[in-house]
Design a protein around this ligand. Structure first.
Ligand code: ZN
Length: 432
């Protein structure tokens, strides 16, 4: 061929697009089946085994292991997560056969997470949260958008490449992990197991934008005590729930201060209040007529890229300790701060080759430049950007109501993004 790369590219795009069209009804049904697994924290094993079967059926070589079999406690970024049992936290890594190395072929990790966050009250949903019902362009379900549609783009992009008669000339590893929503141990375990590549792509639902940076997050539990008395003598007791409320207010003041400081951040200075503090769960007390003797409050606060996790933890500890000092009972019975999930630093993706190749694929499908976004939520790419400086690209399809009621995936976006991924993989891994 002497007429330049452009026409090779567009021939390849036509082939891949036709393959995706041919598989389309299968892809949608596959995403429905995947969404119907209720992969709440600690309950992902059945789904992971199903995926392992899907991968084996495609001739991919599967490595199935649990977090108990692949410890990560010795690694930077590790966090324990009390929501799950490592012995049943199944991870699935599949190696896609390649046609051997070529000069242009570069290796790739394609990663997805199967865990989803709780649904909230099912009666607030317009349809059952795990029914995976379709209405027009939308496929509804907890996890449909975050990030089972992304997983489907990976699998069907690779199917399209095979079906188009193209063979990647570099190793491709497909990694299905858990605990993306709570600790990141799944992704970290794959690194601990030795999986590496020249780039990693995680198709989280980013609305087809590349994630330039994301803030980190720390999870902690405030454990507050009180002195229980009958409510008739309330003045002689202390109320752990009300004490906890005072500590939460202190953390809200800390958040205001952190957001003021964030205005000077080279990236997140452009974002209004990038530090998000959340009180997610509260439990406490035993009896309506007794002042509560205990209260546990589960919280989360953001960490700007570049701030060490220990510094962020120290700020939380100090804010809680200061507030406790001004309370007679808490001064003598200091609240505990228990780190019970994410210990995630923020992360920045430096522009590079992998991003340029992805940008080219994006442009070919959408006809526009790929835009960058700053995310105030954690994703697993941080591990790749931190370890061995593997570029971690977070780019994927779009939907609605992420983590909310009536979460839904856009099928149109699913299809377009599957093509972007197919083009990216074909280009990066020199499929021909
Ligand atoms: Zn996600």
């Amino acid at each position: 061929m002497s007429d330049g790369g452009g026409s090779i590219q567009s021939d390849r795009q036509a082939l891949l697009s036709a393959a995706i069209a041919e598989n389309w009804s299968r892809q949608v049904a596959w995403l429905q089946a995947l969404t119907r697994f209720e992969t709440l924290p600690g309950r992902e094993a059945g789904c992971q085994d199903w995926l392992a079967g899907e991968f084996e059926r495609r001739g991919w070589q599967v490595d199935r292991y649990t977090l108990a079999e692949q410890p990560t406690a010795h690694l930077l970024g590790h966090a324990d997560c009390p929501l799950t049992d490592p012995a049943t936290a199944v991870q699935v890594v599949a190696t896609v056969p390649s046609a051997g190395p070529s000069e242009a072929g570069r290796s790739l990790i394609l990663q997805g997470h199967v865990d989803v966050v709780p649904t909230g009250p099912a009666d607030m949903w317009s349809r059952p949260p795990f029914a995976a019902e379709i209405d027009g362009d939308w496929l509804y379900g907890r996890g449909a958008q975050d990030m089972k549609m992304g997983i489907s783009t990976v699998v069907f992009a690779l199917d399209a490449i095979t079906q188009a008669g193209l063979k990647p000339h570099a190793p491709i590893t497909v990694q299905m992990v858990t605990e993306e929503e709570s600790s990141g141990r799944g992704a970290l375990s794959a690194l601990a197991r030795g999986y590496r590549a020249d780039a990693c792509l995680i198709p989280e639902p980013t609305g087809n934008m590349i994630t330039r940076a994301h803030t980190g997050a720390v999870w902690f539990r405030l454990r507050v005590k009180g002195r229980p008395v009958h409510v008739q003598d309330a003045q002689t007791g202390t109320n752990a729930i009300l004490s906890a409320f005072a500590l939460v207010q202190a953390l809200q003041r800390l958040t205001v201060r952190l957001n003021r400081e964030a205005a000077a951040d080279p990236l997140f200075g452009a974002v209004v209040d990038p530090i998000k503090f959340n009180v997610g769960v509260i439990r406490g007390g035993d009896w309506a007529s007794s002042t509560p003797s205990w209260c546990d409050v589960d919280c989360r606060v953001s960490v700007l890229p570049g701030k060490p996790i220990d510094a962020a933890k120290e700020e939380v500890r100090a804010a809680v300790a200061d507030a406790a000092k001004s309370d007679v009972f808490l001064a003598e019975h200091p609240p505990e701060v228990i780190w019970n999930g994410f210990q995630a630093e923020g992360s920045v993706l430096e522009p590079g080759d992998a991003e340029a190749v992805l940008g080219r694929a994006h442009r070919a499908v959408f006809g526009t430049e790929m835009r960058a976004r700053l995310s105030t939520a954690v994703d697993d790419t941080r591990f790749y950007n931190h370890y061995d400086r593997i570029p971690g690209l977070c780019y994927g399809p779009s939907g609605d109501n992420l983590h909310g009621i009536d979460e839904r995936a856009s099928l149109r976006s699913l299809r377009q993004t599957t093509l972007v991924l197919a083009l990216f993989i074909a280009d990066w891994c020199d499929a021909k």
